[in-house]
Design a protein around this ligand. Structure first.
Ligand SMILES: [Zn+2]
Ligand SMILES: [Zn+2]
Length: 676
């Protein structure tokens, strides 16, 4: 069925020359032509024949560590003809050594053997992680074996740097020797375990009311961000005044009468992870940060961390954290959909996450095999826990002409999306307006992403329909598509005039979200393994599909490139993302909160790291271009900042948004306020 595509559609890109303009870089029609040509290539009956198994010679695979694996291929009823070949495609996602038969001392050295006398095998490395084994001498007959020992030399072969279950050794067969190969029906797989703990993460929710209880999620991860490492020891937490462990295990600490210290056991079965319920005092207000230390006892290692900040206030909407774009091992990412969602909830402490594999990219194509799409839908139904964790089904419409968009479904059951995987390779849905027409009446949203640059920029010539595409993914592991003056701007292929700000200047009303666009199995924590990540702050009181859908449609969102920055902002009393009547504004009327005068921007930011500045970006009316307005706010390099600013009146077509930039490059972008 699928050709072997060793390159991720929107994962970490191979090195490429940067720069270039339309139409040199885009649209990438040749990719579509190649995918379609492959689909129409005839397959011989013997292509994809046979079975394979794997044996772990050196014990269980550990992320990023060398090992040795033996893959045994057994020919099917039609065998493999002279001139045919068996292909070993070690998972191209992410970091497995490329199998090679030339250098015994080097990583990935592979030996080939067969029990079939008279069959002459020769192997060659064709591409990253791809080895071809050509059959010569005589045909390989049914039941005859090829034994492939991968990592046979002293260096072994490196396993995937990301831990996951079901990491596959893909086996494909060209049975008749015409150069067209096909995957065997079930390629063997191994589980890749996390490496040793190397970092402690402490996540608190970003908002709570005085007197509430909140969960602190403490999780150790390995050097690549993989969760659930082996660990045994203690977790010591230092709690600020007004915060107590809900079950009363805390005691007064040594650093002042108001602080308390609690020491908790991390047992082997905790796999480095604890949820600690905390009680907030009824009179508590302001910012809470908890400091913690995990100690592994005799193992020697100790890991310190400070929690994400929690803003305790009786006012303001709740902030939910979501990662709405993630690729699992079903396309070109890592982890099973279930494990991806578990990581989102249990390690990254997200409130919502979507699984969005490519429609037509990776080792097998979801749009050609409903069973693959079914695995996403089933996982989402299993992990969805309304009120506590929102699991969402989606896919990536991987369009190489108009740009990629991921589609996320908000129907009450994932099942409702079963017939709605509208493929970017299908001629009836290969243009954005056809996708949107196909989703008309469906509770689904589309998100343009990496819109300014590689792997393909968005064609902004068509205005996205506000009902289906109210927000855009402004930042991810690919960097920021906001503007050329953005922190962490997209590194490759940025197209001048194609940034999100340029789309706003066309008059489009788009709110902002960030997503990791992760391929490492670590939703919400893309920044652990990349310079940039992406996460969406959604201002909604209910952690339900309905609550999140409504907030996205109202653009009540902001984006960050990873850090859980708390941003509160309003303009004349209107919330982030609002359409503000310019006529009312001009007449000096006030927004929905009485008593807040026109022109008044109220901002409060609470960040994990020092805030370098807050930029106000605005356009006063329907003409001209948005730009940074006036002086940067909050230049004092503190972690918290509150202020009230008076701005000149906006006319119809104007917009205004905020950019909070930390000294470490972390940033948040609020959805714009739009004036009409
Ligand atoms: Zn993409
Ligand atoms: Zn993607």
């Amino acid at each position: 069925m699928a050709p072997i595509l060793a390159v991720a559609a929107c994962g970490p890109a191979p090195d490429e020359a940067s720069g270039g303009d339309w139409p040199d870089r885009s649209p990438r029609v040749e990719i579509v032509e190649e995918l379609r040509a492959d689909l129409s290539r005839p397959r011989a009956e013997s292509d994809g024949g046979g079975t394979a198994s794997v044996e772990e010679i050196s014990g269980p695979a550990v992320a990023g560590r060398p090992g040795t694996w033996r893959i045994v291929y057994r020919a099917g009823p039609l065998g493999v003809a002279v001139g045919g070949a068996v292909y070993l495609q070690v998972s191209p996602f992410w970091g497995w050594s490329t199998p090679q038969t030339e250098r015994e001392a080097a990583l990935g050295y592979t030996t080939i053997a067969t029990d079939a006398g008279g069959v002459d095998l020769s192997a060659e490395t064709l591409d990253q992680q791809l080895l071809a084994i050509h059959v010569r001498g005589r045909a390989l007959e049914e039941g005859e074996l090829i034994e492939i020992t991968y990592g046979a030399g002293p260096a072994g072969a490196l396993a995937d740097r990301y831990a996951e279950r079901d990491s596959r050794f893909w086996v494909a067969v060209d049975g008749d020797g015409d150069g067209v190969r096909e995957l065997i029906s079930e390629s063997p797989a191994v589980d890749v375990l996390p490496g040793p703990a190397s970092r402690l993460l402490l996540h608190l929710p970003s908002t709570a009311r005085p007197g509430e209880s909140v969960d602190l999620v403490a999780a150790l991860v390995d050097a690549a961000g993989n969760g659930w490492p082996e660990f045994r020891g203690t977790l010591e937490l230092r709690l600020p005044a007004g915060v107590a462990v809900a079950d009363g295990r805390d005691r007064p600490g040594g650093d002042g009468a108001t602080r308390k210290v609690v020491s908790l056991a991390l047992a082997e079965e905790d796999r480095g992870r604890l949820v600690v319920p905390l009680r907030l005092a009824a009179e508590l207000g302001g910012v809470v940060r908890v400091v913690g230390r995990a100690d592994g006892g005799s193992a020697g290692a100790g890991f310190e961390a400070e929690s994400t900040p929690l803003l305790v206030s009786p006012a303001g909407r709740r902030i939910l954290w979501a990662d709405l774009q993630n690729h699992s091992g079903l396309s070109d990412g890592s982890a099973t959909p279930d494990d991806l969602l578990r990581y989102a909830r249990e390690i990254a402490a997200l409130d919502a996450a979507a699984v969005t594999d490519h429609d037509h990219w990776g080792m097998r194509f979801m749009d050609r095999d409903p069973a693959i799409w079914r695995r996403t839908l089933d996982a989402v139904d299993r992990l969805h826990d309304p009120g506590r964790f929102v699991a969402l089904a989606g896919y990536e419409w991987t369009n190489w002409v108009e740009g990629h968009r991921h589609v996320v479904f908000f129907e009450p059951t994932a099942e409702a999306a079963a017939g709605l995987l509208l493929s970017s390779i299908d001629e009836s849905h290969d243009e954005a307006h056809e996708l949107w027409a196909g989703l008309d009446g469906v509770r689904a949203l589309t998100f343009a992403h990496h819109s300014a640059g590689d792997p393909i920029p968005t064609d902004w010539s068509r205005e996205p329909p506000p009902g289906l595409e109210p927000v855009t993914e402004i930042v991810s592991v690919h960097g920021s598509s906001e503007s050329a003056d953005s922190p962490g701007v997209v590194v490759r292929g940025a197209v001048e005039g194609n940034y999100v700000r340029d789309a706003l200047d066309r008059g489009y009303r788009l709110g902002f979200v960030g997503s990791s666009d992760g391929h490492d199995g670590h939703p919400g924590l893309g920044r652990l393994a990349s310079p940039s990540g992406g996460v969406a702050a959604i201002l909604a009181d209910d952690a339900t599909r309905e609550g999140i859908y409504e907030a996205l449609r109202a653009r009540r969102t902001y984006a960050t490139n990873g850090p859980r920055i708390v941003v509160r902002a309003s303009y004349a009393g209107w919330p982030i993302g609002a359409d503000i009547p310019a006529a009312a504004a001009a007449a000096g009327e006030v927004g929905p909160i009485a008593g807040v005068p026109e022109g008044t921007l109220v901002v409060r930011a609470v960040a994990p790291a020092e805030i370098a500045r807050i930029d106000v970006i605005s356009r006063q009316s329907a003409t001209g271009a948005g730009a940074i307005a006036g002086e940067a706010l909050c230049p004092e390099r503190e972690r918290e900042c509150s202020l009230t600013v008076t701005l000149p009146a906006f006319r119809s077509g104007g917009y205004l948004y905020l950019r909070v930039v930390q000294t470490d490059g972390g940033a948040a972008w609020t959805s714009p306020f739009f004036f009409e």
